[in-house]
Design a protein around this ligand. Structure first.
Ligand SMILES: C[S@@+](CC[C@H](N)C(=O)[O-])C[C@H]1O[C@@H](n2cnc3c(N)ncnc32)[C@H](O)[C@@H]1O
Length: 227
């Protein structure tokens, strides 16, 4: 079952800023620089921070999320986007509807990761780009003990103090540890029936955040062009 973000929506933004020392905003801004404008679908848009960055970049944005409470906060931030309550596994859009698809810190929460990713690729136009941000455990053996101490001890304590919810912020580092990262994540995408190319990933801030850039193959003409 999907984690219910309704319960933490009211404290979600404040916790993000505190936990990441404000880096979450910089990570989203970095991801949005990969966008060339056009119609963008932001999946698992939550409280709309990615939507706001995409609008700043000049994109036309639709945000979808499963949580009504998260969407209610997103709507307070901007009316310039369209919002829909929807599950990524059954996106209410036709094939090849969007120039780009983004998802910030959402894929880790999908119940069926491959189904969600396939849907995101289905609604993406051929030649379009998908950009995904996700948290990860750092590879460095020097950084990892400090990271583990911070995420396993301090974040749950902060979650209790700020959001009154230790459980949700104990789940967070566990879900990060279990989630595939780097090449393992890209391998899952490349198993999709939709063809992709030039897929790459980048480590941000010592690898605690990863950015994945996936390009959907442009449509191939049905018959070779004759000259
Ligand atoms: C960690 S929040 C990320 C929110 C936002 N993208 C951001 O950058 O802060 C994860 C979001 O994913 C949403 N989510 C989880 N599973 C989903 C699904 N199957 N379909 C749509 N949204 C989903 C949750 O409701 C939650 O708002």
């Amino acid at each position: 079952m999907a984690y219910d973000f309704d319960t933490i929506a009211a404290h979600y933004d404040r916790m993000n800023r505190l936990m990441t020392f404000g880096l979450d905003r910089l990570w989203r801004r970095h991801a949005v620089r990969e966008m060339a404008g056009g119609e963008v679908l932001d999946v698992a848009c939550g409280t709309g921070d990615m939507v706001v960055e995409l609008l700043r970049q000049g994109c036309t944005v639709t945000g979808v999320d499963l949580s009504e409470e998260m969407l209610a906060i997103a709507k307070q931030k901007t009316h310039q986007a369209e919002y829909m309550l929807a599950d990524v596994e059954r996106l209410p859009f036709g094939d090849e509807s969007f120039d780009a698809v983004t998802c910030a810190f959402g894929v880790r929460n999908f119940v069926h990761l491959e189904r969600g990713l396939n849907e995101m690729l289905r609604v993406l136009k051929p030649g379009g780009r998908m950009v995904i941000l996700e948290l990860a455990t750092p590879d460095s053996a020097i950084v990892r003990p400090l990271y583990n101490l911070y995420t396993r001890r301090i974040i749950p304590w902060l979650g209790n103090l700020i959001a009154g919810n230790r459980e949700a912020y104990t789940y967070l580092p566990l879900s990060i540890e279990r989630f595939p990262k780097g090449k393992d994540f890209l391998d899952i995408i490349q198993r999709s029936p939709f063809r992709t190319h030039n897929c790459r990933h980048q480590q941000l801030t010592l690898g605690v955040c990863r950015m994945y850039t996936i390009n959907k193959e442009a449509a191939v003409p049905e018959r070779p062009l004759c000259h």
